[in-house]
Write a protein that binds this ligand. Structure first.
Ligand code: ADP
Length: 491
């Protein structure tokens, strides 16, 4: 008899296309869609931030879930849970959206003020959200087989369903996925009382005398995963990858499952956001047309033989932006054009803008968040720069490869699991990899790439290698399904 379909609630603080600051949103779209395609009843849940349009996202009210009181410390705020869906030509997944004026609708950013960079009161906001998730299940009388919690923002859900609502959720199993171990959701111990959880569980929510949402998520999970096999090892050993606390992660069993990519939105054959679609056969023409569009958009001159190198990233140390800035003066002496799309650290943004003003024919930067431009960059660039200090999984290197944009990456985390150095003799490999986080190593890798670019036959082989990679969710979604079934069998 075939296995029965499972009911799965997939919870995340960002889900494409509703709200996105990074890869978490893409995963929280694509994995539920892949699980739905495997036949499961999957629903996602996220908060509705002030910059999310209800009209554009077709978010509408649900009768039973209006103005539900939710306690955060001594205050009570109303949550109205609304409904929407996300879809592609193959499938559709229902979404629940937590709305509340004070915590979410009045705020334009997801986690911090977009102008000042000042974080919001995120302890209260995500206590409120986590409680709204539990309350929604209670009011709907829907106790899914699996609640799959993603990133620290969902870290308290397990604590609520195993303490205050243990009876109702007795059959529900919980998976907690770490998307970035350096971002743990740490707040002062005084925030513990705001959770409303029984005092006996405080030790399970606390690490180094502080409230730690990630620790709580791991404590109450039936299975813990992270987003690549190498990162799963790194967070138990490496100070940087683990946000300074490898010992915290050594206390748990954590499986690394490589993220996949959405094969509809991030596919040069079907990408709805680019004008000139292409595949492995038509890549040369496709790339040339998109490169032209990209140069036009970024106001770079058209120079036939000059390769375009690009990066799209949160501007910060984690993505290696300081290292990129360090090498730019020397890199700009080469025959290259460079495109940077990013948002984040204002001082890094200013440095990049100043450099671009000095080299307008070679360096173009766009500071802000622009989904359409991100797709055009993947389609139009020749090489993709990813010098990350650490990288839980990384999606852009995978997007790059399927668009025939050769990745140049640092050997860390998920980048090790997805990119291999091109060997011209064996004609194998998918990019250029450097080990040490140094200007010399990074520049050397770029120079290897630039040298190969001058040999069109080799370059074409490399591009074909990239474009024939299968990064779809099919394998990893099946692994999650196995984990769900395993923990359900452990009743
Ligand atoms: P992370 O989640 O650590 O930021 P990933 O490589 O996993 O890094 O995913 C980043 C995602 O966010 C990609 O889809 C990338 O295109 C997108 N992205 C990052 N910065 C921007 C930006 N400024 N504009 C548009 N998309 C962006």
């Amino acid at each position: 008899m075939p296995d029965r379909p499972l009911s799965i609630l997939f919870v995340s603080s960002e889900v494409y296309p509703f709200a996105k600051t990074g890869g978490l949103a893409d995963v929280s779209h694509a994995l539920p869609m892949a699980l739905r395609e495997l036949g499961h009843d999957v629903r996602v849940m996220l908060p509705k931030y002030g910059n999310v349009s209800e009209r554009r996202n077709r978010i509408h009210e649900i009768n039973r879930l209006k103005e539900v009181p939710i306690a955060v410390g001594d205050t009570v705020e109303p949550a109205t849970i609304k409904s929407s869906s996300m879809q592609n030509p193959r499938t559709k997944v229902q979404a629940y959206v937590t709305t509340n004026f004070t915590y979410f609708d009045s705020k334009k950013g997801l986690y911090a003020d977009p102008v000042t960079g000042e974080p919001y009161n995120n302890d209260e906001r995500f206590i409120f959200f986590d409680r709204s998730v539990v309350t929604t299940c209670l009011l709907l009388g829907w106790f899914p087989d699996i609640i799959h919690c993603n990133a620290w923002q969902t870290g308290l859900i397990g604590a609520y369903i195993r303490t205050m609502h243990a009876k109702e959720f007795a059959r529900t199993r919980l998976v907690f996925t770490i998307h970035n171990a350096a971002d743990q959701g740490i707040f002062p111990a005084s925030s513990l009382e705001k959770t409303g959880l029984p005092k006996e569980v405080y030790p399970r929510l606390t690490h180094a005398k502080q409230l730690n949402f990630t620790k709580a998520g791991m404590e109450f999970a039936d299975a813990i995963t992270t987003v690549s096999p190498t990162y799963a090892k790194e967070i138990t050993r490496d100070k940087i990858a683990s946000g300074g606390t490898p010992a915290l992660f050594r206390g748990y069993q954590i499986e690394g499952i490589l993220n996949g990519i959405d094969t509809y939105y991030w596919n040069p054959k079907t990408d709805p956001l680019i004008e000139h679609r292409y595949d492995a056969e038509s890549w040369k023409d496709g790339k040339a047309l998109n490169k032209k569009a990209l140069r036009d958009r970024m106001k770079l001159p058209h120079e036939e033989k000059v390769p375009v190198l690009a990066t799209i990233a949160r501007l910060g140390e984690a993505k290696g932006i300081p290292l990129l800035i360090e090498i730019l003066p020397e890199l700009l002496r080469e025959s290259v054009q460079i495109v940077v799309l990013g948002e984040g650290d204002p001082s890094l943004a200013t440095t990049l803008q100043k450099l671009a003003a000095k080299h307008p024919k070679k360096l173009a930067v766009f500071m802000g968040f622009d989904d359409e431009l991100a797709h055009l960059i993947e389609a139009g660039a020749d090489m993709y720069l990813m010098p990350s200090l650490f990288e839980p999984c990384g999606l852009n290197q995978m997007y790059s490869m399927v668009y025939g944009t050769v990745p140049i990456v640092r050997a860390t985390g998920g980048l090790i699991d997805t990119v291999t150095e091109f060997d011209p003799d064996a004609r194998k490999g998918t990019g250029f990899v450097f080990r040490d986080y140094t200007a010399d190593d990074f520049l050397a890798a770029i120079k290897r790439a630039l040298a190969l670019y001058k040999k069109p036959t080799y370059w074409a082989t490399l591009v074909q290698n990239c474009m024939s990679q299968d990064f779809s969710w099919s394998k990893s979604a099946r692994r999650y399904e196995e984990i769900y079934r395993d923990i359900l069998a452990r009743r």
